[in-house]
Design a protein around this ligand. Structure first.
Ligand code: ZN
Length: 276
């Protein structure tokens, strides 16, 4: 499932693909759920230059010339792909045809993503976007910001990190990875963290996202880790039952938190932290 690094990868790709190009025709599969909350005809009126491609958390905020905007979310399986015009793309729900003769497809097999045309001036104030907490890449995320974002939560750390209203962009993978890097048990609470643990967590979030971005590569297209046959580049996520990559002694465990599977090393991430 796409998290901040994958959405940032998509943002950069769109910026690159639209550079010096014009959108000449937007075509929607009008039956697709992709356009819920908006209208396919409004999507099909998009045209011209892409003036800004911004991201907040897992949302893409695209501003086209003349004040037209598009809010996009990749959902679970959404992806933008660039292909020669006329080439059929399986599960393409919409395409943006460029004056270069190429088409940018929104491919989304499971239909949890969406494309919503709206005035560009309304993108940042859209209810879902306005409700997001700070974005570690866009807003920087210092230790003080992280503490302000999570400090008052009574949720377990892992659940609080994935709460988009507290912090935007982290999902199941990067929340688990950041906690592993910071050596914090996922069930610890924000209130139990010492000053050095807050610093460790802040650094670990940035390190995990940086790793996610770098492993996304410079290529044209990114494959999600969950796709069959893809190697697992992560330190703890998806490694239940395997030897821990850090201590090389304990076995990575999994348990369910907030409806999602959490992976952690019981040796490196003890349930009780050191005394404050
Ligand atoms: Zn370990």
């Amino acid at each position: 499932m796409p998290e901040l690094p994958e959405v940032e990868f998509a943002r950069r790709a769109l910026e690159r693909w639209f550079e010096g190009r014009r959108l000449v025709r937007a075509v929607a599969d009008g039956k697709a759920r992709t356009f819920r909350g908006g209208e396919a005809p409004a999507f099909e009126r998009l045209h011209g230059r892409l003036e800004r491609a911004d991201r907040r958390g897992k949302y893409l905020l695209l501003a086209f010339e003349g004040g037209q905007g598009l809010l996009a979310h990749l959902g679970m399986t959404g992806k933008f792909l660039r292909r020669p015009a006329g080439e059929a793309v399986r599960w393409s729900r919409a395409r943006l045809e460029l004056d270069s003769g190429e088409a940018v497809h929104f491919r989304d097999p499971r239909l949890f993503g969406f494309l919503r045309a709206m005035p560009a001036a309304s993108l940042a104030s859209d209810r879902a976007v306005a409700a997001l907490g700070p974005d570690p890449l866009v807003d920087g995320l210092t230790v003080a910001q992280l503490k302000a974002a999570l400090g008052a939560s009574r949720q377990p750390l892992k659940v609080a990190l994935m709460d988009q209203g507290r912090l935007a962009g982290l999902g199941n993978i990067h929340a688990a990875e950041a906690l592993f890097r910071a050596r914090l048990h996922p069930a610890r609470t924000p209130g139990s963290l010492s000053a050095s643990e807050w610093t460790a967590l802040q650094r670990a979030i940035h390190a995990s996202l940086r790793f996610g971005l770098s492993s996304a590569g410079d290529g044209e297209e990114m494959d999600y880790v969950e796709e069959p046959g893809a190697p697992n580049p992560f330190r703890v996520y998806g490694r239940a039952g395997a030897r821990c990559v850090r201590c090389k002694a304990a076995t990575v465990k999994a348990f369910t938190q907030g409806g999602r599977t959490t992976h952690f090393c019981p040796h490196c991430q003890p349930a009780r932290g050191k005394r404050k």
